[in-house]
Design a protein around this ligand. Structure first.
Ligand code: MG
Length: 272
């Protein structure tokens, strides 16, 4: 064997082995979809394009309402380590797996705010209004889910309790009444699933796109992608003030011992 052949043979063998590996790699990657189909708007992907990134795998909660694997769990029934009131330790009560609005005057009482901040997100919240109920109208089981610390989905006991429609349970407070009143009786656990899109502001502070919210109350659609007029206001027309892309989740302390549990948030990332 010449010296040249001694080099060529192993090189050729290596090349063949590499080709084999490549071929095997191609076999492992299943051929998916189509490349001879029209381009979708945006010019990046064909209709049924198999090269489009696969959506990430997420393990859903074992039971409906339980946090999926990619959620940020803000309250699991144990402690308030992910919360604060006015930048200090939260004084809300934790009892039987729930966090509860404390009696007025309690140290660390007041609107409770998550330490984590979110922009576009999916929010799961469970709440129960006081049983036996006390008060009427806005004075009965009042609290609220404050998204980005300012956009309120109202929490109230609206089971056989009349109030102004844009102040009902699941209203965007002061803006949109819920489509229906899906309230459960006082003391029973209720759910909110909220899909929230944060507002976008231009450099000059003007609103590029408003905030949008979709809300399901006890699994019933109550707000369908409504465009918010601005943050929560009382007896005034809501008006935007520019703010950053993220903000905390907060619950209003309205002096009524409303209970919350199983609170989790998923950041919304648009698929490619
Ligand atoms: Mg409220």
């Amino acid at each position: 064997m010449t010296r040249r052949r001694r080099i060529l043979v192993p090189t050729a063998l290596l090349a063949l082995a590499a080709l084999g590996l490549i071929a095997r790699g191609q076999q492992d990657k299943p051929k998916l979809g189509y490349k001879d189909t029209p381009m979708l708007p945006g010019g990046k992907w064909h209709v049924h394009d198999g090269d489009r990134p696969q959506p990430p795998v997420v393990t859903p909660g074992q039971q409906p309402g339980q946090a999926p694997s990619d959620a940020v769990v803000l309250f699991d029934g144990k402690d308030l380590s992910k919360w604060q009131v006015g930048g200090k330790e939260a004084g809300w009560k934790v009892e039987d797996g729930a966090m509860i609005v404390p009696p007025s005057g309690t140290k660390g009482g007041g609107t409770i705010t998550s330490k984590d901040e979110f922009g576009d997100c999916q929010i799961h919240v469970e709440f129960a209004t006081p049983d036996p109920p006390k008060g009427k109208d806005q004075g009965r089981g009042n609290s609220g889910v404050l998204i980005m610390g300012r956009y309120e989905v109202q929490v109230l006991d609206c089971y056989k309790n009349l109030t102004y429609p844009d102040g009902q349970t699941s209203a965007i407070y002061g803006q949109y009444p819920p489509q229906v009143n899906a309230s459960r009786p006082p003391g029973e656990w209720q759910t909110y699933e909220i899909i929230f899109t944060a507002p976008r502001f231009a450099k000059d502070g003007s609103v590029e796109t408003p905030a949008y919210a979709t809300v399901l109350h006890n699994g019933v659609l109550t707000q369908n992608h409504v465009a918010l007029l601005g943050p929560m206001t009382f007896r005034a027309l809501a008006k935007y003030s520019p703010h950053g892309p993220k903000g905390p989740l907060a619950f209003q302390d309205h002096g009524n011992p409303v209970r919350y549990r199983n609170i989790w948030v998923r950041e919304i990332k648009d698929p490619e």
